[in-house]
Write a protein that binds this ligand. Structure first.
Ligand SMILES: [Zn+2]
Ligand SMILES: [Zn+2]
Length: 358
């Protein structure tokens, strides 16, 4: 079957190969025919080495498709079921799962050193244990979450990562208070989802911050009350909050520089929500006086910061009721053969979400 492979960390181009096989099928596993996958910024971060990932590997972790085959002991799925791929499955038994914080379950990382694919040249890994830039993946049954018939594959794929992450940051982690002021730094698919989450919670002011003009325009359509470039943020802070700083600032880039900017634009006693996935050697500097004296709450938000499956269900309910716009997030749509062009669009920031149809 076909898959897009990165041979070495640091390379920019993927090679589409047709001699790949998804491996590991057996008890407790399912084989999924991927139908749609989104390009998430974390795919680029794995390709360029910001996020740890063995190579060669198939990127992609935001996918949806249908079950082809189920292994022994898999009782709740059958061939033909439509599923979203969850890259962070919950084991249901560890302390984090028992507390309801399934986003902190580490079970999905236990197979991190195990290849997901094979080709005549050797083993190939899958990003985050999945690797959805492929026609087929083999995953734990817990990574295949059934979706209702009315949810198209492209929408389901978005729910598999970006939308769950961005909406959850506002709804679960920040639990944005009605009437509050919000700034969202970084307005790709995840940032726009945070904008939509803040709007749902009744934020009075939502300032979208992004260097790319087309993304600022999009943010206004999705509920931002103002959209500014990073250089204009100081002025917006003055105008919207009288210089005090925002009640909530979402950092959706994953860099210490933007996290520092976010911290400085959060009001004393306000909340900084860290959504972006950054590098292990990129350090955020805070001095001990400001940390204590300004009483700003720093809340990291991993995969939406709440029970993952309930977040999926909530997103589907909101989408079905027309309360969140997911189709509008898909600004580009391409076949797997054009994935390198799609990655370039993502690097230049013109895409909110690109859907790869497989
Ligand atoms: Zn667990
Ligand atoms: Zn992602």
């Amino acid at each position: 079957m076909r898959a897009a492979v990165l041979h070495e960390i640091g390379q920019e181009k993927l090679e589409i190969l047709d001699d790949i096989e998804a491996v590991g099928f057996g008890p407790g596993k399912v084989r999924v025919r991927v139908r749609a996958t989104g390009l998430c910024h974390s795919d680029l971060s794995a390709m360029n080495g910001v996020l740890p990932q063995p190579a060669p590997f198939v990127p992609g972790h935001e996918g949806a498709g249908e079950i082809l085959e189920v292994g022994e002991q898999v009782t709740r799925l059958k061939p033909g079921d439509r599923v979203v791929i969850c890259w962070l499955p919950a084991c249901g038994a560890c302390p984090a799962c028992r507390r309801g914080q399934t986003e902190l379950c580490l079970a999905g990382f236990m197979n991190a050193g195990t290849p997901n694919f094979r080709r005549p040249g050797g083993d190939v890994f899958g990003f985050a244990g999945t690797g959805t830039f492929a026609e087929e993946v083999v995953v734990d049954a817990g990574c295949a979450v059934p979706i209702p018939e009315d949810v198209p594959f492209d929408i389901a794929a978005l729910i598999g990562c970006g939308v769950t992450t961005g909406l959850g940051a506002a709804l679960n982690t920040a639990d944005v208070e009605a009437g509050s002021s919000v700034a969202v730094i970084g307005c790709g698919g995840v940032g726009i989802s945070a904008v939509q989450g803040a709007r749902l919670k009744g934020a009075a002011e939502i300032v979208a911050v992004d260097p790319v003009a087309s993304r600022r325009e999009s943010a206004l359509k999705f509920g931002a009350t103002k959209a500014v470039s990073p250089e204009e943020l100081a002025g917006a802070k003055q105008q919207v909050t009288g210089g005090e700083g925002f009640d909530y600032v979402f950092e959706v880039v994953g860099r210490s520089a933007t996290a520092r900017t976010a911290y400085e634009n959060t009001r004393r006693g306000g909340t900084l929500v860290v959504v972006g996935a950054g590098a292990m050697d990129d350090f955020l500097q805070l001095n001990m006086f400001e940390l204590f004296f300004d009483e700003k709450r720093i809340l990291p938000s991993m995969y939406g910061g709440g029970d993952v499956l309930s977040s999926y269900e909530r997103t589907i309910a909101l989408w079905r009721a027309g309360r969140v716009d997911l189709a509008g997030l898909i600004t580009h749509r391409v076949p797997l053969a054009e994935i390198n062009e799609a990655l370039d669009q993502m690097r230049t920031g013109t895409a909110l979400r690109t859907c790869i149809e497989i």
